[in-house]
Design a protein around this ligand. Structure first.
Ligand SMILES: [Zn+2]
Length: 112
């Protein structure tokens, strides 16, 4: 299974567990954002492809991006509650993927 497939199935599994109305999740080459989420439940994710970055770090970026957009299915804003929920989803998604959640990578990127 490729990383994309793993990430997709983990995202779907998590959205079911969390009762989030995820309609579609696709990978696209977005120009301005790392991820996008529409109010209709369609999520687009831009995977990190920077080969100079360590694989685990790239994967962590992707997990963060997916968690961010999934969290928007519950909170369509960037409130405190949103960030808290994103952190929670990030932990759950990492564990579904069998990744260790280590401290905090600093992530530069724009989310919407
Ligand atoms: Zn956002």
């Amino acid at each position: 299974m490729t990383w994309k497939d793993e990430l997709l199935s983990a995202a779907r599994e998590l959205s079911q567990k969390e009762n989030l109305s995820l309609r579609s999740i696709t990978f696209e080459s977005l120009k301005r954002a790392q991820g996008l989420c529409s109010s209709t439940g369609d999520i687009k994710i831009k995977l990190h492809t920077n080969r100079l970055m360590e694989l685990e770090v790239r994967k962590f970026h992707d997990v963060r991006t997916v968690s961010h957009e999934l969290a928007h299915l519950k909170h369509f804003n960037h409130s405190e509650a949103f960030w808290e929920y994103q952190r929670e989803l990030c932990k759950k998604l990492s564990s579904l993927l069998g990744m260790k959640v280590s401290g905090s990578y600093s992530i530069a990127g724009s989310y919407r």
